[in-house]
Design a protein around this ligand. Structure first.
Ligand code: BES
Ligand code: MN
Ligand code: MN
Length: 460
């Protein structure tokens, strides 16, 4: 619905593009890599910068919340009596940049080429983190009011499990009380296709540690007699998943909530987009469980991946060593019905079972996040969809997501609020990969998009 206010808001956004873009670039220059402790000072600077943006937007009660880990940043505006309260979540942290040699430009100096901007975090999640605040600013600067009550709640540890936001959310439910949660940390299923995501997979991220002899050994003297922990891990890994993509962890599939035929049918509307993305990025046919479509594998099935082997000799040339120690990083994506802590136990049993003689293994839990599922037909879901439909002048598609947002379920449950993921970047933007990029036009579109959503949610 176009009101006088909304016309003025969108005009404000158009005439303040430059300062919005400056904030985006300034945040992009701060390397808040949450997985690496040596970047903590930068993460803290990023939190301060977000706090300044919240104040600049006109939010009240702005606060950098210290935690045992990296800070949370909060702000609110609660002067719309009778209107819903919308909690907008985003994260200011980013993934590590390795392999750094694969980047064509400095990942923390935004590089612009035509309509594209390159840098770590341009799409995940600084695009959303900045544009949400500028959408709010447009309302508050234009006539001093917002169409709904808002709480803005940002964290700096999303990319490494979100422990601090989890603890704080559980301890302060009344402070965060909201009717609707928008996780501003998603994307579009294809260019210019409005998308609202109503479910994310959960995650269990672990490391398997294997120990053989007490020290490294000469493979000439000991090969044939000594256990090899790297080999043991290779055996374990191949025992966990077969070539059909089936995961051999007893009990894993028993917990899964079935997907209705109706929902499967609904997904087919996105299949053409998702299939194109898979083909373009893989440069080959997707591979996986034969009885499922690529979209079903990504949204509706648990998966297991290996992220890195550590151990033995990694440098150039040869070194004939039997390593004493080896490690491998393994994660599972989980679907509604599965609990990462229960799956951890199952995985532990299975690893024990697969461990060959002469080697000791242990399993460490690194990150865990529950899957979440919301109702896209709820009044909030329909409101967001209307806002996005209007923004792109084409019908909003509803999707699940293959990725994970660890805090999603906790926000949904603790606040008893309808929870949805919204974002404007693309799968092909290369989030988490070298040369992450996005379209600058998309960034501005995102500011208009969040403004539309706030306005539309005032009618639900
Ligand atoms: N924004 C993503 C999650 C996402 C991707 C949601 C696509 C919906 C659609 C988020 O930043 C992310 O990457 N999360 C991590 C969490 C993990 C490190 C605990 C992930 O999914 O790998
Ligand atoms: Mn993200
Ligand atoms: Mn991410």
């Amino acid at each position: 619905m176009k009101t006088t206010q909304s016309t003025a808001i969108h005009a404000y956004i158009d005439t303040h593009k430059e300062e919005t873009f400056e904030d985006y670039c300034a945040l992009l220059r701060i390397p808040g890599i949450s997985a690496l402790r040596r970047y903590d000072e930068h993460s803290r600077r990023a939190a301060q910068f977000v706090y300044q943006m919240m104040r600049g937007a006109g939010l009240e009660h702005c606060e950098v919340i210290e935690t045992d880990g990296l800070p949370l940043v909060y702000g609110d505006w609660l002067h719309a009596p009778g209107k819903p309260t919308v909690l907008l979540y985003a994260h200011y942290d980013v993934q590590p940049v390795d392999p750094v040699d694969e980047w064509a430009h400095d990942p923390f100096e935004p590089y612009i080429e035509g309509d594209l901007i390159y840098g770590r975090g341009v799409t995940d999640d600084k695009l959303q983190a900045v544009s949400v605040l500028h959408a709010i600013k447009a309302f508050l600067q234009t006539d001093g009011t917002l169409p709904v009550n808002v709480r803005v709640y940002y964290e700096g540890e999303e990319e490494s499990g979100g422990r601090s936001v989890e603890k704080y959310t559980r301890e302060h439910p009344e402070k965060l009380q909201s009717d609707i949660v928008i996780l501003a940390d998603g994307g579009l299923v294809a260019p210019n296709v409005p998308t609202m995501c109503y479910s994310c997979r959960g995650i269990l991220y672990t490391e398997i540690i294997a120990k053989g002899a007490p020290q490294d050994l000469h493979s000439g003297g000991f090969g044939g007699n000594a256990p090899n922990p790297l080999f043991a891990l290779a055996e374990i890994i191949t025992g966990l998943k077969d070539t059909n993509g089936f995961i051999h962890i007893p009990g894993l599939y028993e917990m899964i909530a079935p997907i209705s035929d109706e929902e499967r049918l609904q997904w087919q509307k996105s299949a053409v987009y998702a299939d194109t993305t898979f083909h373009n990025l893989l440069q080959a046919d997707p591979i996986g469980e034969p009885d499922y479509t690529p979209i079903e594998r990504a949204w509706g099935r648990p998966t297991l991946e290996v992220h890195g082997f550590i151990g033995g000799f990694q440098d150039e040339g040869s070194k004939t060593v039997i390593p004493a120690l080896a490690r491998v990083k393994v994660s599972l994506r989980l679907v509604p019905g599965q609990d990462p802590y229960q799956v951890f136990e199952l995985l532990q049993n299975r690893v024990r079972q697969l461990t060959p003689a002469g080697v000791q293994t242990s399993l460490q839990l690194i990150d865990a996040g529950m899957p979440f599922l919301s109702d896209p037909e709820s009044s909030a879901g329909l409101g967001i969809r209307r806002a996005l439909t209007n923004l792109f002048a084409s019908e909003c598609v509803i999707t699940r997501g293959g990725g994970s947002i660890p805090i999603a379920t906790t926000l949904q449950q603790v606040l008893r609020a309808e929870t949805f993921v919204v974002g404007f970047g693309l799968e092909s933007d290369g989030a988490h990969a070298p040369n992450e990029h996005t379209s600058i036009a998309t960034f501005y579109k995102s500011v208009h998009g969040f403004a539309n959503i706030l306005e539309e949610l005032s009618y639900v």
